[in-house]
Write a protein that binds this ligand. Structure first.
Ligand code: SF4
Ligand code: SF4
Length: 111
């Protein structure tokens, strides 16, 4: 199957096919030593306009649209998988209403 990647990225040094996905074939040399970042997602529901950008673009699918309505009548997001958040802060940067933000987890020395 053609992966769309150049051949050298799907081969090991000796020319045998790479077993893992070519997207993840390189791993950090300090993997397992670096602390794992965990974000704590906080919401200001009354600011949300229900656009869903934070839900759509979260790379870890941490957020889902909740069943609840805010004061403006929109469904705002809720955190469905808090343990999956890697503190990338993409949701914070994308939100046009500044309704979602991150707090450092206690494990990172946050308060
Ligand atoms: S910080 Fe990143 S991983 Fe965490 S909820 Fe926001 S977009 Fe998802
Ligand atoms: S990006 Fe902001 S306004 Fe849009 S759904 Fe998420 S929290 Fe609400």
């Amino acid at each position: 199957m053609d992966s769309g990647y150049p051949e050298k990225l799907t081969m090991q040094m000796d020319g045998t096919p790479q077993a893992e996905s070519p997207q993840f074939w390189r791993k950090p040399i300090d993997e397992g030593k670096a602390p794992k970042l965990v974000g704590v997602v906080l919401m200001i529901p009354e600011r949300c306009k229900g656009c869903g950008w934070c839900v759509e673009f979260c790379p870890r699918k941490v957020l889902v649209i909740s069943e609840r309505f805010n004061i403006k009548g929109y469904h705002y997001p809720r955190v469905a998988k808090p343990e999956e958040c890697v503190d990338c802060r993409l949701c914070e940067r994308l939100c046009p209403e500044f309704a979602i933000y991150l707090k450092r987890s206690p494990a990172q020395g946050g308060s």
